[in-house]
Design a protein around this ligand. Structure first.
Ligand code: IMP
Ligand code: MG
Length: 187
C-alpha cells in the first residue's frame, strides 16, 4: 500500500499535541473528582478511533478502573450509513450490570452511533452510564446525546490523527489535523 506523507494533505493543525495533552489531563482531573471513592468504574472504548484517547486518559486517572472494548459497524443491511444502523461486531467481555460505565469516544458527529450504543448498553442495566468524548462536532448533531465530558467542540471539518484515521492510517499522529480532501488520495 502506498503511504502518502501527511504533510501533503494536512490543511491545518486543528489541535496541537500540547493542547491535546493539557485537555486530556483536565478531563482526567474532572473524572478523578467525580468518581472519587468509586471502585466500580469501567471505561468502555469503541474500537478503533477511541484507543489513543483512552490510553492517555486512563494514565491521568487515580481512581481505580477497569477497561473493556467493543466494536461496531455503522452499516445496516442496506449499507446506508446515514440511517445509523449499528451492528455489534465485537462485544464486551465484562458484565456491566451494576457498573459505573463511562463510554470513551473519539468524536461525536451526528450522534447516531453513540445513541444506538447507549440504548444497547442501558438494556444491560449498568449502575450509571456516561459519555466522555474528545471531540464534538456539535453543529452536525441530528440525534440528541447526553455528553458529560467533552474535550473540544470542533467545526464541521474532516479531521484525522490521535486515533482518527484516513483509510485506516495516520491514527498514530499526536495531534488533530484537518484533511485537505482534494490533496488526499484515497487508496
Ligand atoms: P456519528 O454516528 O455521526 O456521530 O459518527 C461518529 C463516527 O463517525 C465516529 O466514531 C467516527 O468514526 C466517524 N467520524 C465522524 N467525523 C469524523 C472525522 O472528522 N474524522 C474521522 N472520523 C469521523
Ligand atoms: Mg469511532
Amino acid at each position: 500500500m502506498r503511504m502518502q506523507n501527511y504533510q501533503d494533505f494536512l490543511a491545518e493543525t486543528l489541535i496541537d499535541q500540547v493542547t491535546l495533552q493539557n485537555r486530556v489531563a483536565e478531563l482526567g482531573h474532572e473524572l478523578n473528582r467525580d468518581y472519587a471513592g468509586n471502585d466500580n468504574l469501567l471505561l468502555i472504548c469503541i474500537l478503533r478511533g477511541g484507543i489513543v484517547f483512552l490510553v492517555d486518559l486512563m494514565r491521568q486517572l487515580t481512581v481505580p478502573h477497569q477497561i473493556d472494548f467493543m466494536a461496531i459497524s455503522s452499516y445496516g443491511v442496506n449499507a446506508r450509513e446515514s440511517e445509523g444502523n449499528v451492528r455489534l461486531t465485537l462485544d464486551l467481555q465484562t458484565n456491566i450490570h451494576d457498573k459505573d460505565v463511562l463510554l470513551v469516544e473519539d468524536i461525536i458527529d451526528s450522534g447516531r452511533t453513540i445513541s444506538k450504543v447507549l440504548k444497547m448498553l442501558s438494556l444491560r442495566e449498568p449502575r450509571s452510564l456516561k459519555v466522555c468524548t474528545l471531540l464534538d462536532k456539535s453543529t452536525r448533531r441530528e440525534v440528541d446525546v447526553p455528553i458529560h465530558y467533552r474535550g473540544f467542540d470542533i467545526p464541521n471539518k474532516f479531521v484525522f490523527g490521535y486515533g482518527l484515521d484516513l483509510d485506516e492510517l495516520y491514527r498514530n499522529l499526536p495531534f488533530i489535523g484537518v484533511v485537505d480532501l482534494e490533496k488526499f488520495q484515497e487508496n
